[in-house]
Write a protein of this length. Structure first.
Length: 306
């Protein structure tokens, strides 16, 4: 969780995506109370987690532990008797976990704990990618080379993972070890995700890296560019955060414009990170990089102390 952003977790309905077989459910929704630093003084300093009244105390504790990527708290809930295969409000615990907006180095350890206790992913092929387990992923591809082209669909809080390659998944979660194995073993760095009924999406893995939460996927941005990923692809649009409160349809996007959209308040990305990523993308496209002297933006910065 970004120190510049406090959140309130309010479980609410997901409308589903019938075209790609994603049913309506009670996907977690998160209302971002503090999106930029100048709002902090108006906010409470602690995470306020508001759970639906029908949830049990154990369910609530599990979802809080998921949101915080707390291995210890997840283990405590499981040790207290929660079955990781039993649905929570109609959805498996492991899906609650992977669908949350949180991204951190603790994600693989939390997921491994769930899997070790019997949880099962909807698509087990993605397990070594989500676990960022380079050895397991390489072994799986050696056993079945077609996995480098495997396609999967997962709910994503940010850039869509519908008809996505394993490299898309690694890029979304910031799992650089898995991404490196995929690139080294021949994955297409410009593989396209599925296009929806409106002609939107169809993005490459690079799009997942250009405005990631806390810039977590920046090492993958560099990895993909070094591997020859195109930074000049233009798409009709991408629906970011599909089905969540922050859902935003972005039109006529390239990796560069998508990076700059990180300045939107609902994306709450740091402007220094945004423009550093833009600089890398411009250089990769062979374009001149003009001076970017107003970063962070002086108009906004004084308001941080207001």
């Amino acid at each position: 969780m970004s120190p510049d952003c406090f959140v309130t977790h309010v479980p609410g309905p997901y409308q589903g995506d019938a075209q790609h077989g994603l049913a309506a459910d009670s996907r977690p929704r998160f209302h971002f109370l503090g999106l930029v630093r100048f709002q902090q003084r108006a906010l409470a300093a602690e995470l306020d987690v508001v759970m639906h009244s029908t949830m049990t105390t154990t369910d609530e504790e599990l979802l809080v532990a998921f949101e915080l990527h707390s291995v210890e708290r997840i283990r405590a809930v499981l040790d207290a008797g929660l079955d990781p295969r039993s649905p929570v409000r109609g959805k498996s615990p492991v899906n609650w976990f992977t669908e949350m907006y949180s991204r951190s180095d603790r994600f693989p350890e939390c997921l491994r704990l769930l899997l070790d206790r019997g949880a099962v992913l909807d698509d087990p092929v993605v397990a070594p990618v989500l676990l960022d387990d380079a050895d397991a992923l390489a072994a799986a591809i050696r056993a079945d080379p077609s996995l480098v082209g495997h396609r999967t669909t997962m709910v994503s809080a940010f850039t869509p993972l519908v008809g996505a390659s394993l490299l898309h998944v690694a890029a979304e979660y910031g799992n650089v070890n898995a991404a490196r194995v995929l690139v080294e073993m021949g994955a297409d760095v410009d593989a396209r995700a599925a296009v929806d009924e409106y002609g939107l999406n169809g993005h490459t893995p690079l799009f997942h890296t250009v405005n990631s939460s806390k810039n977590r996927s920046e090492p993958l941005l560099r990895l993909l560019l070094e591997a020859g990923a195109r930074s000049d692809i233009r798409l009709p649009g991408i629906t970011w955060g599909k089905g969540f409160e922050w859902e935003t349809t972005c039109f006529d996007v390239t990796p560069i414009s998508y990076a700059q959209l990180g300045l939107l308040p609902q994306m709450h990305r740091r402007d220094r990170d945004v423009y550093e990523n833009i600089r890398r993308l411009l250089e990769a496209s062979g374009r001149n990089v003009p001076p970017l002297g107003n970063v962070p933006n002086r108009y906004l910065e004084p308001k941080a102390n207001a």
